[in-house]
Design a protein around this ligand. Sequence first.
Ligand code: NAD
Length: 466
Amino acid sequence: MRIDENQISEIIKNVLANVAGENVTENARSYKGVFDSMSDALEAVNKAYKQYRSYTVEQREQIISKIRELTLNEAEEMAKLGVSETGMGRVSDKIIKHQLVANKTPGTEDLSPSVMTGDNGLTLVEMAPYGVIGSITPSTNPSETVICNSIGMIAGGNAVVFNPHPNACKTANYAVDLVNRAILEAGGPENLVVSVYKPTMDTSNEMMKSPIVRMLVATGGPGVVRTLLSSGKKAIGAGAGNPPVIVDETADIKKAARDIVAGASFDNNLPCIAEKECFAVDSIADALIAGMQEAGAYLIKGDQVDALVKLALVEKDGKYSINKKWVGKDAGKFLKELGINSDARLIICETNALHPFVQVEMMMPVLPIVRVPDIDDAIEKAVAAEHGNRHSAHIHSKNIDNLTKFARAVETTIFVKNAPSYAGIGAGGEGYTTFTIAGPTGEGLTAAHSFTRQRRCVMVDGLHIV
Ligand code: NAD
């Protein structure tokens, strides 16, 4: 085989791009629905939306079934890609997250029109699409959020343009490609869901300002939610959490310990709903800690805790923030740095309520436990640690008054009683799933209905039959 000069120069270019870390973009170039520029992506999605307007609800459902099927088929591939690209989370847990998205994200059944009839005729209220929705997605659930939002938005009759997290864009764009493959296989239009190869703040701004985009959805930390809410457009903000879990003296302590270890270690504590600090009533705290150790947690003490603070957090002028290098890493990696050889899924330690492990949303498999004298003190400290995010909070108790008191005080979107935190998004608990939990703007667990606008159609003096 002869190779000409152009081919040689192309090979060299590719090798250099790989060395420079641009291979993510090079691979993404073959993805369907993924464009070089935001303006091309917007033009394509606008065209697709116009075609999609004529599709029936049955056709929407055929597309969604295909997305579910491909997501289940390719769950492992996406889980591996997510971990290898971001360096965060656990493959086995990410597979479960994709299965959850495929099986429990509502489709068109979530849309329920309403009717009013009477002497004056008949009035219909239907749930209509917004049009093209702009969606910003996080690094912590890159493909899960793309697929979950796509299902809900397509079910609502919309098209979507994504601006994924730059550090997870290969995984997010793989999911954009999967969704487009499913749409085409089901007979849908090209580019109903689009994205860009290299998402940046500039592409994000262009997307937010484009007149083509009629609604914005932000899934991420406080910065992106603030930015979207000041865009002047209809926006859904799904922001940060720092979920506390309380255990009182009436709980089944062994079960509470198992549930908390399972929830707090799931995908290395990346989920925004995961237990991030624990408040334990003093009389059961020792039994709870022993139960957590039995369930696979590793207890560190004294100097080890101080060393972990130095590793996991960055301190500036007495204020702590996360050391991004350590977000979503396995507990074993942290322990190795402390000179401990263990494959524990979770690290636990006792701290006071003002400790940075309690106050900072760490997204690491590290759970601080705070001893409290009674439920009232637990609630006061847990509400303070949640920082008014109104995101998620959890409790293990058999005392109905305590359950009710905490739920009323913390005012979170998700409140799980006597189960791991993930029961709140339908894993082992009743109800549908979502990876966009809108606390700040109040839609709660978003689904197809959240991505629609209500339209009223009135017929006077006719069509009512009694
Ligand atoms: P992040 O806030 O760093 O990034 C989220 C997205 O916003 C990314 O695409 C990023 O590029 C973009 N972004 C960030 N600042 C922006 C700005 N000022 N303007 C425009 N775009 C901006 O979040 P992350 O680290 O990828 O994810 C973790 C955070 O997201 C945690 O705080 C977690 O609690 C939260 N989260 C919330 C939900 C939810 O449903 N409420 C779901 C997942 C993650």
